[in-house]
Design a binder for this molecule. Structure first.
Ligand code: F0G
Length: 460
């Protein structure tokens, strides 16, 4: 591994409050052992998400001062549009205030009840937006992508046979779009290869089905292509991105990830008729077509962020910092999903605390302990977040994987912070037999992980 030295220096600092273990014990207890209910101010290192949490550069902050807040035709919009077009190549570019609105606009306009949308793995908001329209979100990732220890270099790839089988089964008339998530967040931030994208594009176009990217982490995906696909070793990440998007017909994008901004997104596509309809709806729910729910200054920050994210010194640091954390955990014997993805390290909770059964939330036991001992916020992606209710018995069916995600904000934490996280997890791992499971005290009907209250097993 290359040591991931930071390709930036620090000009402004945000002090972080240091709490004591005693204070944290009270906070987490009062929060019903739910990490979402802890005030962010009482967290030392926040690895809840890499979305909207990036540090902007001096160049982006300077851009904010150049915000043109005209209702129509802001100059920042044209800068944003030109930048997106240069990288992504699509003809129509529609700004939105974040990724899920782009999804909502797309699906509201193209889906009808009974339709099917295949992808490698749909992210939750994408799935929810598809299901909301009575359609099915179908995951077709390769089998290797579902095995936490399989070392396949492109575990985000779509299984072409599964995709073909879906088209045969449902018929192309019921598949208005094929999507692919780069990198595949729900599968561990794993990349998709250019070879696979070419194949998916060929299949889609053979049947006349439009092919869209969920492009949130496109730059990280393109960096993996450069690193792992021989053909692209000499190409710039920008050239790789341009080729990759040339195989598609459009994309949804949350700029809160690889846009290096705290808010923003867009929808882009070649089809003029779809774009026209969607723009009309944008005006109804988000705002005029040259701002889409954003301020002019936000569009400027995105335009600048999209250029900065393609800087290969930045990407080398970014990918290697995540890998560095993963390797420090691996060296201590802590079970993680391998290979390490682009934006997060995922701990395999089933192997970390095998004595805690899924119904007692093994991932949550690690999340709570990480906060209690070290003030670090991670998130459980297992039985608490992902269990599905059996429609007949009403019982919870646990998901296949019990994971804890450590998502790394962009340009925010130093490698010393990563060492602190690794050391804290090492201590917890050595004491893992003492960890106890949790049971539910209160849960809402939907999306229970956000607001559920828990208690340690055995505490009435
Ligand atoms: N698609 C992917 C792959 C995502 O990871 C996300 C958000 C979205 C779409 C939605 O974008 O939040 O701007 O509306 N992921 C965040 C996460 C929330 O923590 O992984 P949004």
């Amino acid at each position: 591994m290359q040591f991931p030295a930071e390709p930036f220096r620090i000009k402004v600092v945000e002090p972080i409050k240091i709490t004591t273990q005693e204070e944290r014990e009270k906070l987490i207890k009062d929060a019903g052992y739910n990490i979402f209910s802890i005030p962010a101010e009482s967290i030392y290192i926040d690895l809840l998400t890499d979305s909207g949490t990036a540090a902007m550069s001096d160049n982006q902050w300077a851009g904010l001062m150049l915000g043109d807040e005209s209702y129509a035709g802001s100059k920042n919009y044209y800068h944003f549009e030109n930048t997106v077009r240069e990288i992504f190549g699509f003809k129509n570019i529609i700004p939105t205030h974040q990724g899920r609105v782009a999804e909502n606009l797309l699906f509201s306009n193209i889906l009808k009840k009974g339709d099917v949308v295949p992808s490698n793995i749909h992210f939750d908001t994408t799935r929810a937006n598809i299901e909301y329209h009575g359609a099915t979100a179908l995951d077709c990732v390769i089998d290797e992508g579902l095995d936490p220890s399989n070392p396949h270099p492109f575990k985000g790839n779509m299984d072409i046979e599964k995709l073909e089988a879906a088209i045969q089964k449902y018929g192309k008339e019921r598949i208005p779009v094929i999507m692919i998530t780069i990198t595949n967040n729900s599968g561990g931030g794993q990349p998709v290869s250019m070879a696979n994208i070419r194949q998916v594009s060929d299949v889609a176009h053979k049947y006349g089905i439009p092919f869209f990217f969920d492009a949130c982490r496109f730059a990280e995906n393109c960096y993996f292509i450069k690193e792992r696909e021989r053909e692209f070793r000499q190409k710039s990440v920008l050239e790789i991105a341009q080729e990759l998007f040339s195989y598609g017909d459009g994309c949804t994008m949350s700029a809160k990830k690889d846009g290096l901004v705290n808010i923003g997104g867009f929808l882009a596509m070649n089809d003029d008729e779809w774009a026209q309809r969607i723009t009309n709806m944008l005006i109804l729910i988000e705002g005029f077509k040259t701002y889409g729910g954003l301020a002019g200054r936000d569009l400027e920050a995105i335009a600048r962020g999209l250029k900065e994210v393609l800087d290969e010194n930045y990407l080398r640091f970014r990918i290697n910092q995540t890998r560095y954390l993963g390797e420090m955990l691996d060296e201590q014997g802590i079970p993680i999903v391998k290979p390490v993805g682009g934006h997060a390290v995922y701990i395999d909770a089933k192997r970390f605390v095998p004595h805690i059964p899924p119904e007692q939330f093994p991932g949550q036991a690690i999340v709570v302990e990480l906060y209690r001992r070290a003030g670090i916020r991670a998130v459980e992606i297992g039985s608490l977040m992902m269990a599905k209710k059996d429609p007949t018995t009403g019982e919870n069916i646990p998901p296949k994987l019990e994971l804890v995600r450590l998502a790394i904000p962009r340009r925010v934490y130093t490698n010393m912070h990563m060492q602190y996280v690794a050391e804290a997890l090492g201590e917890i791992y050595r004491d893992r037999e003492k960890l106890r499971g949790f049971e539910i005290e209160y849960e809402p009907e939907f999306l229970r992980h956000f607001t559920a209250r828990l208690r340690p097993v055995g505490n009435e």
